[in-house]
Design a protein around this ligand. Structure first.
Ligand code: HEM
Length: 467
């Protein structure tokens, strides 16, 4: 082959196939990916940016464990080539940032097509061949990682925000996967089932953070703000306090003479992790038992997954948190709790989180069984107290209903579940109930919920026991 031929082949490979745009649109239509989905993806760009260091790190830690994918990052003497690994991390960062821009034009489609070929012998470097199965696996991993990030960031906004975003990414992943996969044609490579290789996750994580920062520039660093959340004497050693800083619920822990602050949202399903038990250094989420080291915020099973955490300093007897700027003020203490599981802390009706995520108004004038209608928008729910019982009020398309808050299966807090139409799903074991009449619509619960009467007077709603 002449140099000219080679140059031509490389240029063609870089552009991707001529028909890539048409093919992308065809597949997008096939999976029902619409302009509204593109909008939903665009809106998640800040979330993707925020989680990319963790995602890129997981992506490459995985590739480094498996000999057939690890081999691409090794020098001739078998040592890891850090520079090359960082370069690959930067290219991957670029790929997902561009995807999250949601400009799905011909250029984008040709770019994805070109990336697909880059993994095959028909790419710019014909000596590189990555078997299709690994690309399929990594797309699956990305799909999971993105849906986890969306869940963590948007579950408090309600299902009507979270689900469209997650669904849009699911559809897009199918199209991206097909574009990457079609590069393979008939090529197949037999698997050798080599034993896995242990990986230094902390090292991969720090390399990925550096690569994402370089690729994304300084704009990736989130500005922080200093917020005073309590007097140090309010939280004696061995105690904690849940504070609300803007939209963030944060658990501030005074533990063994040190201070720690973690977001009160479990990486698994957004459970109130900071209200869980703290035994030694291990904090256990009360919903599904996910465990974290309070000192590092790392998940015990997967140290690459961390709770969002914030630096704490005590200055002149005041506890300061450094939180993302956008989340600062107003600061509201929610509950103080000790080392044991304070289930009531997260569920305290008068001061607990609204779960609806809506604009909280001064609740001083309201009785425990009352709510401002503006605080419970359609699709939202709110925890109240009626005659000493926890009761959740739901807004279903402008009509209010109320049921007992505790799931009849295992007492899961329904106000922290998902409300879709008139069906609420328990966050603990996925039992579902029709909120209009309390009936069970899916197991494991078998007993209906008690329902309550909701009356409305001006801007105020009131929940009472049925006559
Ligand atoms: C979600 C799946 C994947 C995505 C989105 C992706 C993305 C990319 C991107 C953006 C490039 C750069 C293309 C360029 O500009 O030259 C690339 C190249 C590369 N990728 Fe992937 N990749 C994926 C899966 C994998 C897997 C499973 C491996 C296994 C080791 C891998 C290894 C490589 C290598 C070695 C190159 C360099 C190819 C060359 O130099 O020609 N990728 N990938």
């Amino acid at each position: 082959m002449t140099t000219l031929d080679t140059a031509h082949q490389e240029a063609a490979a870089r552009q991707g196939a001529e028909d890539a745009g048409r093919y992308f649109q065809y597949m997008a239509e096939y999976v029902g990916f619409t302009a509204a989905d593109a909008d939903a993806i665009r809106q998640t760009r800040p979330i993707i940016e925020k989680h990319l260091p963790e995602i890129v790190s997981k992506f490459y830690a995985h590739l480094l464990r498996y000999p057939p994918t690890r081999k691409f990052f090794l020098d001739a003497d078998g040592t890891l080539n850090q520079d090359y690994l960082e370069l690959r991390m930067r290219h991957l960062t670029n790929f997902w940032l561009r995807t999250a821009e949601a400009v799905f034009d011909d250029d984008y489609a040709r770019y994805v097509d070109y990336v697909g070929r880059a993994h095959t012998a028909r790419g710019a470097d014909p000596t590189i061949y990555i078997a299709e199965r690994y690309v399929i696996g990594q797309v699956g991993m990305m799909q999971h990682a993105i849906s986890e990030a969306i869940n963590r960031e948007l579950s408090s906004e309600g299902a009507h925000v979270e689900f469209p975003a997650a669904e849009a990414w699911d559809k897009l992943m199918m199209v991206v996967l097909e574009l990457l996969a079609r590069a393979y044609g008939q090529e197949r490579e037999p698997e050798r089932f080599d034993p896995l290789i242990p990986v230094d996750h902390a090292w991969v994580s720090s390399l990925a953070r550096g690569a994402v920062a370089k690729e994304h520039g300084d704009g990736a660093s989130v500005p922080t703000k200093d917020v005073v959340v309590a007097a140090a004497t309010d939280i004696p050693d061995g105690q904690r306090k849940i504070v609300q800083v803007g939209s963030l619920s944060i658990g501030v822990f005074h533990h063994d003479g040190q201070w720690y602050a973690v977001r009160n949202s479990c990486i698994h399903r957004g459970g109130p992790v900071a209200t869980g038990t703290l035994v030694g250094d291990t904090l256990t989420c009360p919903w599904h038992g996910f465990q974290f080291n309070i000192r590092t915020a790392q998940n015990l099973a997967d140290p690459l997954a961390e709770l969002d955490h914030y630096p704490v300093t005590v200055i002149d007897g005041q506890v300061h948190l450094h939180v993302p700027d956008g989340s600062a003020a107003p600061v509201a203490p929610v509950a103080v709790a000790g080392g044991a599981a304070p289930a009531a802390a997260a569920h305290t009706p008068a001061t607990g989180p609204s779960n609806g995520g809506g604009n909280e108004h001064d609740s001083a004038a309201l009785a425990a069984n009352e709510f401002r209608m503006i605080d419970v928008q359609p699709g939202r729910m709110k925890l109240l107290s009626v005659d000493g019982e926890d009761v959740t009020v739901y807004n279903v398309d402008g009509v209010f209903y109320a049921t007992a808050d505790a799931c009849t299966h295992a007492d899961g807090p329904l106000h922290e579940g998902v409300l879709a139409g008139h069906i609420v799903t328990c966050p603990w074991h996925d039992s579902c109930f029709d909120v209009t009449n309390g009936a069970v619509t899916c197991p494991p619960a078998t007993v209906a919920l008690r329902t309550y009467r909701v009356s409305v007077e001006g801007e105020i709603g009131r929940v009472q026991a049925q006559a």
